[in-house]
Design a protein around this ligand. Structure first.
Ligand code: FAD
Ligand code: NAP
Length: 480
C-alpha cells in the first residue's frame, strides 16, 4: 500500500516538500492553518521587501518572471512568485486550507524505542511498526478530525505565530505602562490605514534592531547594536566575493573537518579578520555609526555567522540625522507608567504612547508544542544552550518517521529549504539510510560547536550561517 505522508504548513518549505515528495510517486496531504499559501509572505509590514537578492531567493527550476526587474522584489511580488510556483507544479490540490494541526502523536508497536541503535529501529524512512496520528482542527467548520499517516514533515516556520516576549520582574512589565504595547506580529497584521492610524502623531518606541524593528521604525517615522548593511557592496566589492563562497568557507573551522582543512582555516584567520574589518569600515562610514553611538562591540563576521544579516531601509539614517528616529542602545530596559526606562551607557526614560516589541519569535516553542508526548517535546527542545538536535538540520535522531524543514536558518532560506526537501524526498525513496543514532548525535554536536564558535553572544541556535556550501555538499553526497 502507498505510504501516506503529511506535510504541516504551506509556506515555501511545505510547498517544496510537497513538490519533491510527489516526484517520488507519493501523494502527500498538506495541512495549512491559513486560507492561503505563502506563510510569512501572506501577512507582513506593507514596506517589506525581499532582503536577499532575488537571484539567491528562487526555486531552482522556476525562475522569477521577467516582469520582476528589481533585485529586491516587494512582498506582493514574492507572494505572486510563490503562488505561480504552486500553480505551475499543480500543488494546490494537495493542500487542505483552514486546517490547524493541534497535535501529533506517534504510536509504535515496538516497545524498545529507547533502545534503538538505528533511527526508528531500521535507519529507514518508513516502518510497519509505527504511525503518526494528527489531530486537525478545521477552523471554518469548528470540527476536529484525526488522520493517521506513515511520515510527517513539519514545515511550520520559525518566524511567525509565537512571539518572543521579553520577561520582566513584577511591576516592570507592560502592566506598569499606561499606553499600548504590542508585538511586531500584531502590528504586521494591521492594514496600512490602521497601522498609520495607530502611530499617527504618537511617540512610538520600538524595541529591537533587526529587520522587523527597522521596518516598523521607518513606517512610524518615528536599538541595540548590529552591523546592518546599507547594501551588498562594501567599498564596491560584492559581499558574495567575501562571504558565502567556497573560498570564504576555507577561512572557518568546519564540523568534522580534516587536519588539512583545519590548518588552512587557522592560516587564513588573519584574512577572515581583515574581511570583517573591511565590511565594518564601510558600514561605519556609510551609516555614521560612531556619531550616533551605535558601533557594535562584536564583529561583522559574528553577525553573518549568526544569520543576523539585515539591510537598512532606504533613507533610515537620513531620518536619524533629521531627528525623527532616535536610536538608543539598551542593554536592559523595563516599563514605567509613562513609557520605558533604558539602562546602559546613556540611561534615560523614553516617554511613549505606543511600545512595539519587535523582539522576534519563539519558533522553537512552536515546534515543541506540536508534539503531544512530553518525551518527544523534551527530545525536540533539546538543551536551551545547544542547537535543536536535528541531523542535517532535518531529522531528530530519536524521533522516527518525521522530518523538520525550515527551522534552521541560512543566508537564503528558500534555497536551503529546497535542498533539504530534495534530501528528505530521496531519503523517503530509499536512496540512502541514516547513520546510527549515536553518529547522528555526534554530528549534531559538531555543528553546534561550530555555530557557537563563530556566533559568540549572538548564538541563537539552529543556523547554518556562513557554511552553507559545506552543508549542501553533505546533503548532495548523501543523495549520491
Ligand atoms: C517578514 C519576513 C521577511 C523575510 N524575508 C526573508 C528574506 O528576504 N530572505 C530570506 O532568506 N528569508 C526571509 N525570511 C525568513 C522566512 O521565514 C523564510 O524565507 C521562509 O519564507 C520561511 O518559509 P517556511 O515555509 O519555512 O515558514 P512560514 O512561511 O512561516 O510558513 C509556515 C506555514 O505553516 C503554517 N502552520 C504553522 N503551524 C501550523 C499548524 N499547526 N497547522 C497547520 N499549519 C501550520 C503557517 O500558517 C504557515 O503558512 C523572512 C521572514 C519574515 C517574517
Ligand atoms: N525581508 C524583510 O524585509 C524582513 C522583514 C522582517 C523580518 N524579516 C526576517 O524575519 C525574521 C525575524 O526578524 P525579526 O526582526 O522579527 O526578529 P529577530 O531577527 O529575532 O530580531 C529580534 C530583535 O529583538 C531584540 N530582542 C530580542 N529579545 C529582546 C529582549 N528581551 N530585550 C530587548 N531586545 C530584544 C534582538 O536584540 P539582539 O539582536 O541584540 O539580541 C533583535 O534586535 C528574520 O529572519 C528577518 O530577517 C525580514
Amino acid at each position: 500500500m502507498k505510504k501516506q505522508v503529511a506535510i504541516i504548513g504551506a509556506g515555501i518549505s511545505g510547498l517544496l516538500a510537497c513538490k519533491y515528495i510527489r516526484q517520488k510517486g507519493l501523494d502527500p496531504i498538506v495541512f495549512e492553518a491559513k486560507s492561503g499559501i505563502g506563510g510569512v509572505w501572506t501577512q507582513t509590514f506593507h514596506t517589506t521587501k525581499l532582503q536577499t537578492p532575488k537571484q539567491l531567493y528562487r526555486f531552482s527550476d522556476f525562475p522569477w518572471p521577467s516582469s520582476v526587474t528589481q533585485d529586491f522584489p516587494d512582498h506582493h511580488q514574492v507572494l505572486n512568485y510563490i503562488t505561480a510556483y504552486a500553480h505551475h507544479f499543480d500543488l494546490l490540490k494537495h493542500i487542505k486550507f483552514n486546517t490547524h494541526v493541534q497535535g501529533i502523536d506517534f504510536h509504535s508497536q515496538d516497545p524498545a524505542v529507547e533502545a534503538w541503535h538505528l533511527w526508528g529501529g531500521t535507519g529507514e524512512a518508513f516502518s510497519s511498526k509505527g504511525k503518526w496520528t494528527l489531530s486537525v482542527n478545521n477552523t471554518q467548520k469548528g470540527s476536529t478530525e484525526v488522520y493517521t499517516v506513515d511520515f510527517v514533515i513539519l514545515c511550520i516556520g520559525r518566524f511567525s505565530d509565537v512571539p518572543n516576549i521579553p520577561e520582566f520582574p513584577l511591576n516592570e512589565g507592560p502592566e506598569a505602562f499606561g499606553g499600548k504595547v504590542m508585538h511586531s506580529m500584531d502590528y504586521a497584521s494591521l492594514d496600512a490605514q490602521m497601522a498609520a492610524q495607530l502611530v499617527k502623531g504618537k511617540q512610538v518606541t520600538v524595541v529591537g534592531f533587526q529587520k522587523s524593528a527597522l521596518h516598523i521604525v521607518m513606517e512610524c517615522q518615528a536599538v541595540n547594536e548590529h552591523w546592518n548593511l546599507p547594501d551588498y557592496l562594501p567599498w564596491g566589492v560584492p559581499l558574495a566575493y567575501l562571504y558565502l563562497n567556497r573560498f570564504s568557507e576555507l577561512m572557518v573551522h568546519k564540523p568534522g573537518e580534516s587536519l588539512f582543512l583545519s590548518l588552512i582555516a587557522t592560516l587564513l584567520a588573519p584574512l577572515r579578520w581583515a574581511f570583517s574589518k573591511f565590511v565594518e569600515s564601510h558600514i561605519r562610514l556609510k551609516h555614521g555609526l560612531k556619531k550616533f553611538g551605535m558601533v557594535p562591540n562584536h564583529s561583522f563576521h559574528q553577525e553573518i555567522n549568526s544569520c543576523l544579516i539585515s539591510t537598512v531601509p532606504e533613507k533610515f539614517y537620513e531620518k536619524v540625522e533629521e531627528g525623527s528616529i532616535v536610536l538608543k542602545k539598551a542593554p536592559r530596559f523595563w516599563f514605567c507608567k509613562e513609557g520605558i526606562v533604558v539602562d546602559g551607557t546613556d540611561p534615560s526614560r523614553l516617554k511613549s504612547d505606543v511600545v512595539i516589541l519587535a523582539t522576534g519569535f519563539s519558533g522553537h516553542k512552536k515546534l515543541k508544542e506540536i508534539f503531544v508526548s512530553s518525551t518527544f517535546q523534551n527530545l525536540i527542545a533539546g538543551s536551551p544552550k545547544a542547537t535543536v538536535p536535528l541531523y542535517r538540520e532535518c531529522i531528530h535522531p530519536q524521533i522516527p518517521q518525521l522530518a523538520v524543514i525550515g527551522l534552521s536558518e541560512s543566508a537564503s532560506n528558500l534555497y536551503t529549504s529546497e535542498m533539504r526537501c530534495r534530501w528528505v524526498a530521496e531519503f523517503l525513496d530509499g536512496t540512502f539510510k541514516l547513520p546510527s543514532i549515536e553518529e547522528m548525535k555526534k554530528d549534531v554536536a559538531k555543528w553546534d560547536e561550530y555555530m557557537k564558535r563563530y556566533s559568540g553572544q549572538y548564538y541563537r541556535r539552529s543556523c547554518l550561517a556562513a557554511l552553507h556550501i559545506w552543508y549542501n555538499d553533505k546533503l548532495c553526497k548523501d543523495m549520491g
